[in-house]
Structures are given as structure tokens and as C-alpha cells.
Design a protein around this ligand. Structure first.
Ligand code: DGJ
Length: 722
């Protein structure tokens, strides 16, 4: 068991293979943080934290937490830094103070009812539950910690129960508070925009509060619920890297606070902005789960831990391990302009090249001939698809292919039968005009009747046609976020209730159809977060399919999300988003670093390009296991000139290096690109039969001047020579 408690030191020790996390109960019952980093033996670390405590003493002689590293910081009782918990009691006060009551340690990890989370068997993970209490508000706060046996990952969350006889209001209830010792820290995070999701940014942390947040009702294109705290000298391969990721699809907040000579505090959880939760006596509230990973092997080591954890202990269902079908999606090929024959012909010609599934995107239902109408009317448009989905699906299956379908369940166009029948089903605020975005409104996912309608529509479609895959889209954020069914004092709960409603519908769908492969999407990657990966093991990464733009997007995404979740397609050129023309092979080599597919009208391709596609598909099969289940090493981050990455199989018997020349320059200084992650003592042969030791492939590298044209690529595939 990776968690233990020392009665002698009143300390908890959470150990993963290479990390320790230690905290203790002090004289006053506060939970005080001692250490998080590389593995330490069980020892007394209590004075380590005491060095930081300062300020006045409390009445009972114990130190108030001013300056003290706290396990779960509370508001308004002497800790003047950012707080994880703020409860306003019936008397109107928001001062909060939790003290230790009891704890239990056990093998396994409980699920969070109604919410996604990582999971594991009793052999894989153990859990510490600490019950604390606030004597004044009567709140009982249980802190959950789970430590994984095989990965350097610890998960955190809290449950607050109203143990008083009066109502209380939760004003902020974060999932995690983490204290990182004083140092020269930098913050890495992923910012973006439609078409430019998860751009990596690394900057110095100021003295003061830094926040990365979403207020849009979804995790968003603009920010991702991921940050890493790294030392100024941390690289891809060495140095401290603390990664944090929230398993949540709604408004999130990450705040760091650094004070002079103090530890760096980081809190992560539901954004308290536009949030509140009323707890009646006996009711409880569960936060989402936050995941933390520490690595002394830099950002690369941190990422590889996230990848393994998410691949094995977050994604679920048969598609977690089963080989994903190689698909073609018609969106960029046809947009709304298609009929049954056009779709069938795309499927037929793609199938002849080796594509395994046709995904029919937006436009197959209601009066959906543009994005102006039809959303919500989940009934097949028989003018476009004569004979309906059942017939089309059968014809496609007749080609030996699978069939997938697009939905955007959470939305409605004002110009739709659904909206005309149920205007009350939208999120809305009485008297305020609803704003449209992409000509649509957001359905009130907090309502059971809305969720039932959506489930029944999807169920009806899925029962009446053979469908193996669903793309679940979400194309706008939440505004005028009110519900006609919620009492005024509960309207502040709407953003979180929306997310819970979304999870409920997703859960119902994947429970009823466990074999369907669900791909998440939100105008590209606007809701690419661990919570969505729990339901959908692959996610449409971005609407920007340009191979050069994708270098940045996939690099940032790889900080915490595994390659198997990164849905990535080859599209036509000039690229629809950037106008750029890149070689077909480059588009394929970049898309290979993901769940591979095509997004074009294959019937318009030249014979030469079709031949090339056959070769790409052969490569997809050849490298599938290596790319999906291997370890990723980011060799050269994307820059104005180049980018390179390596996949290495877990047993280190095989590796694939991909190099992209973005901008060729005369007299490039370093003409080699280097493998990483190989066994230095093993012998490896490349595809041309050159045999060298792993150390040579890593230290001497490969001549990269072999590609000297903008936007071209090369790959080097190594296999072990026994
Ligand atoms: C946005 C998605 O990101 C696209 O892939 C496509 O499905 C469109 N929506 C359809 O409206």
C-alpha cells in the first residue's frame, strides 16, 4: 500500500514509485503540508513546515496558519493567501476553519457519483480519506487523496457536508491545494483560440496571484485546466516539473500565489466566479477530481506519466485498448452539401484505399442545410438521405466499412421545430434577450426532460441504424446562463449543474451503448479535458487541420493528453483554415501522431495521391501500437524552423522519429536530430539497415539536412537487433 500514517510523527506519507507527498496534523488539528517531490524515506518532516509559520498565535496556543503551508487552505481565519474553501454560514460569515477529526486508508479508489474520475483496482491505487470539521459552521469536509502504485500520480478532491441545522453557502470549494517550496518557479499553461487550441506558454511567476481560468461554461479553447510549475532550469528531460490537471469540463480556476520568502501555493478547482452552492442540513457537495504529477525528469517525464495514467486509468470501455477504426469524415469534403450518393461514393473510394469507417458529419437531420437551422431536430433529412440512415449505413457496411454519425446534442437553433415547441428548454434569464453564437442557443442540460428528449432521439437513431461511432460536438459557450426550473437562490449553481447534466447524459449513452466509439468535439478542441476523455477516448483536437499549425496544437496537447486521444486528420490543400499548401506526406506524418484519419473528398483526389494514401494507411497499421501505446519524447519543440518527436515502445525495442522542416535556412547550425528514450546499450537498425547502438542514435543523432525544403518531413524507424 502506497499510503501510510505515522502515529509517532502524526504524519501521512503518500508514495508513488518516484515521489513522496507528506503532511501532518499539528497541535491545533490543522493539516500542515511538509513535502512533495522525489521519494523520501518515512521520517519526521514537521519542522520543515514550521519554518514558514509566522504571525500571531491563536488563543489555544497553536500557530494560526499565516505563512504555514496548508493542505487545504481556508478563508478568513488567519491564512491570508488564496484559499481553497470558503463557506458562508447562516449568520452571514464566511470565515472557515477545518480541523482534523479522523482518517482511513484503504486499497482502491471510490468513484465520484455522477462525475468522471480516474479509476483503479485495489492493486493499482490506494486512498486516504481525512474527515475534518469546522466547529463554527458545522461543515464536515472530507479530503480524498489517491496514490497510484505504478505511476507518479496523486489525485485529490473534497466533499463538503452540511453537518449543521442551518443552510450554508459554499462560495469556493477547490479540489486541490498544493504547496511547493520556495524557488524560482515558472508556470506552463495552454492558451488558445478556435483553430489554435492549447498553445504552450511558459513564463516566470510573479510575486502575487496568477490565474488561469475559464468562465465560458466549458473548459474552453482559450484556456485548458492544466498547468505545470517548473524550475527555471527545467528542460524536457531534467528538473522539477509539477503538473496539475482538473478532471472537469466546466468553468475552472487555477490560482498560484507567491509571497516573499514563502512557498508557492497553487489551488485548482471549480471557478468560484459565478459559482455558489446552497447546502441544506445533511446535504453534501463533491468537487471534481484534480490530478497531480511530479517528475524530476522534466516536462517530458511529467507528460509521459499523464499519458499512461489517462490511457489506462481514465479512458474506459473497449476502445481504451482496441484498435480504433481508421476513419474518413466528410465535413471538410462536403460541408452541408451532400446527398446519399455523394457520401456513399466517398465511402466507397476511401474503402478501396483501406479506410475502415465513414463518419457522416453535420447536416444529415432536420432542415439542416446550413448552420442556421435544424439543430435539435434529430430526425433524418430524407430529402438528402433517401431511405434514411438505416439504408445508408447498410450500404456502407456492405463495403466492409463501419459507419459513424455526428450529433450536437446540447444545442438548438431558434429556427428548429424543437425550439418552436420548447422555447423554455434553453438556458435563459427572464427578460433578457438570448445571444446567439453560430446561430444557436444552449439547451438547459440541468433539466431531466431535456436530457430525456436528447437521449430518446439518439437512442431512436442508434436503434434503427448500424452505427459504431458518434462524434459529440459543442459549438458555442454558455451565456444568459439561467434555468427556468431553478429557484432564485440556486441560479448560481447553474454552470456546475449544466456540467453535471452533461455528464449524466453522456453516462446514460455510454452505458446503453458501451461498444460505440465516442469522439468528443467542441468547435475543434474547445472542451478537450480529462473529464471528456473519461467518456470519449478520442477528441477532435482542432478544426485547424493545417499540418504546420498542428505542430503547435499537438505539442501543447501532448503536455498531458496521450496521443491515442488526439484525433488528427489529413485534409485537402490549400488548407481550408490557413490557405497553406503542404505535401500530402507531411500532412500524413503529422496526423500519424494521433488517432489518424482523413477529412476530405477522396473522390476529388488524383490517382497519384490515392496511391500515396494507400502507403500512408500501411504506415498507420505498421506504427499503430508504437504510436498509441509507446512513450512520447518531444525532441524539438515546434519553432519557426523545425519540429521533431520520437515514439519509443515501452520495452525499448522499437522507435520512430519524425522530423518536420518548417522553414529551410542556409547553413543551419545543428545538422543532426537526436533520438531519445532508447536503451543506450541495445543495437538498433534503421529502415535502411544501418545498425548502431542506442547511445549513438541518441548522441550522434541523424543527419537532418536530408530534408531541405519547407514543409517536408522524414521519419527514421528503428528496430532492435538481437
Ligand atoms: C465543428 C467541428 O469542430 C467540425 O469538425 C464539424 O463537426 C462542425 N462543427 C460541424 O458543424
Amino acid at each position: 500500500m502506497s499510503i501510510c500514517y505515522s502515529e509517532e510523527f502524526k504524519s501521512f506519507y503518500l508514495n508513488t514509485p518516484n515521489t513522496s507527498y507528506v503532511f501532518h496534523i499539528n497541535e491545533g488539528g490543522f493539516l500542515v503540508h511538509d513535502y512533495y517531490g522525489s521519494t523520501l524515506p518515512v521520517c519526521d518532516l514537521r519542522e520543515y513546515a514550521a519554518r514558514l509559520a509566522r504571525g500571531p498565535k491563536s488563543a489555544d496556543g497553536t500557530t494560526v496558519p499565516c505563512g504555514t503551508p496548508m493542505e487545504y487552505s481556508c478563508n478568513g481565519t488567519g491564512d491570508f493567501r488564496v484559499s481553497a474553501l470558503q463557506i458562508r454560514n447562516a449568520a452571514g460569515n464566511a470565515s472557515t476553519d477545518i480541523r482534523y477529526v479522523s482518517h482511513k486508508i484503504y486499497a482502491g479508489k471510490p468513484a465520484i457519483p455522477g462525475q468522471p474520475s480516474t479509476y483503479g483496482t485495489e492493486e493499482e491505487v490506494s486512498t486516504l480519506e481525512i474527515l475534518t470539521q469546522d466547529a463554527v459552521t458545522g461543515a464536515k469536509v472530507t479530503l480524498f487523496y489517491s496514490a497510484f502504485e505504478n505511476y507518479d500520480a496523486i489525485t485529490r478532491r473534497a466533499v463538503v457536508e452540511n453537518g449543521s441545522d442551518y443552510d450554508m453557502d459554499l462560495e469556493r470549494v477547490y479540489s486541490l491545494c498544493c504547496e511547493i517550496p520556495f524557488g524560482n518557479w515558472q508556470i506552463c499553461h495552454l492558451y488558445g483560440e478556435w483553430g489554435r487550441e492549447r498553445t504552450f506558454e511558459r513564463s516566470n511567476l510573479i510575486h502575487g496571484i496568477t490565474s488561469v481560468e475559464s468562465t465560458q461554461g466549458a473548459s474552453s479553447h482559450q484556456h485548458n485546466p492544466f498547468v505545470a510549475i517548473v524550475d527555471e532550469y527545467t528542460t524536457e528531460d531534467v528538473g522539477d516539473a509539477y503538473g496539475f490537471n482538473l478532471v472537469y469540463s466546466g468553468n475552472f480556476s487555477v490560482q498560484t500565489e507567491q509571497i516573499v520568502d514563502g512557498d508557492l501555493r497553487l489551488i485548482m478547482g471549480i471557478n468560484p466566479n459565478d459559482f455558489g452552492w446552497k447546502l441544506e442540513p445533511g446535504e453534501s457537495f463533491a468537487t471534481p477530481e484534480a490530478v497531480s504529477v511530479y517528475s524530476a525528469e522534466g516536462l517530458g517525464g511529467m507528460s509521459r506519466t499523464f499519458h499512461k495514467l489517462y490511457r489506462n486509468n481514465l479512458c474506459r470501455g473497449p476502445w481504451k485498448t482496441a484498435k480504433r477504426p481508421l476513419l474518413i469524415n466528410n465535413w471538410e469534403g462536403t460541408y452541408f452539401d451532400f446527398d446519399e450518393e455523394k457520401i456513399f461514393n466517398i465511402a466507397k473510394q476511401a474503402g478501396e484505399l483501406g479506410v475502415e469507417m465513414l463518419v457522416l458529419d453535420d447536416g444529415w437531420f432536420g432542415a439542416r442545410n446550413s448552420d442556421k437551422a435544424g439543430l435539435g431536430d434529430w430526425f433524418v433529412n430524407e430529402e438528402k438521405l433517401k431511405g434514411g440512415l438505416g439504408k445508408l449505413s447498410e450500404r456502407i457496411h456492405g463495403l466492409g466499412m463501419k459507419f459513424g454519425l455526428w450529433f450536437e446534442p446540447e444545442m438548438v437553433n431558434p429556427d428548429s421545430d424543437l425550439y418552436r415547441a420548447h422555447p423554455d428548454w434553453c438556458l435563459q434569464v427572464d427578460g433578457r434577450q438570448l445571444c446567439t453564437s453560430r446561430n444557436q442557443y444552449v439547451l438547459d442540460m440541468t433539466r431531466r426532460d431535456v436530457r430525456d428528449y436528447l437521449f430518446n432521439c439518439m437512442d431512436n437513431i442508434l436503434k434503427n441504424a448500424r452505427i459504431e461511432y458518434i462524434k459529440w460536438d459543442f459549438n458555442r459557450y454558455l451565456s444568459e446562463a439561467g434555468s427556468l426550473l431553478l429557484a432564485p437562490e440556486r441560479q448560481k449553481e447553474i454552470f456546475h449543474r449544466y456540467v453535471l447534466g452533461l455528464y449524466a447524459l453522456l453516462d446514460r449513452l455510454v452505458t446503453a451503448y458501451p461498444d460505440i466509439l465516442l469522439e468528443g468535439c467542441a468547435s475543434g478542441g474547445g472542451r478537450f479535458d480529462p473529464a471528456m476523455l473519461y467518456y470519449s477516448p478520442q477528441y477532435w483536437t482542432s478544426d485547424d487541420t493545417d499540418a504546420i499549425e498542428r505542430l503547435d496544437i499537438q505539442y501543447g496537447t501532448s503536455m498531458c493528453y496521450p496521443t491515442s486521444t488526439v484525433s488528427s486528420h489529413v485534409s485537402a490543400c490549400p488548407n481550408h483554415q490557413t490557405g497553406r499548401t503542404t505535401p500530402l506526406q507531411t500532412r500524413a506524418d503529422v496526423a500519424l501522431a494521433g488517432s489518424f484519419g482523413y477529412e476530405l473528398d477522396v473522390t476529388k483526389m488524383s490517382d497519384e495521391d490515392k496511391e500515396a494514401v494507400k502507403g500512408q494507411i500501411a504506415e498507420y497499421h505498421k506504427y499503430y501500437d508504437l504510436i498509441h501505446f509507446g512513450e512520447l519524447f518531444r525532441v524539438i519543440p515546434p519553432n519557426r524552423e523545425e519540429c521533431a518527436w520520437v515514439y519509443v515502445s515501452e520495452d525499448k525495442s522499437e522507435a520512430l522519429l519524425t522530423f518536420v522542416c518548417v522553414r529551410n535556412r542556409p547553413r543551419v547550425r545543428r545538422r543532426t536530430v537526436h533520438f531519445r528514450g532508447l536503451d543506450p546499450n541495445k543495437l538498433y537498425a534503421d529502415q535502411d539497415g544501418t545498425v548502431r547502438a542506442g547511445s549513438v542514435w541518441m548522441k550522434a543523432g541523424v543527419n537532418k539536412a536530408q530534408v531541405m525544403k519547407d514543409y517536408t518531413t522524414f521519419k527514421v524507424h528503428l528496430t532492435e537487433v538481437k
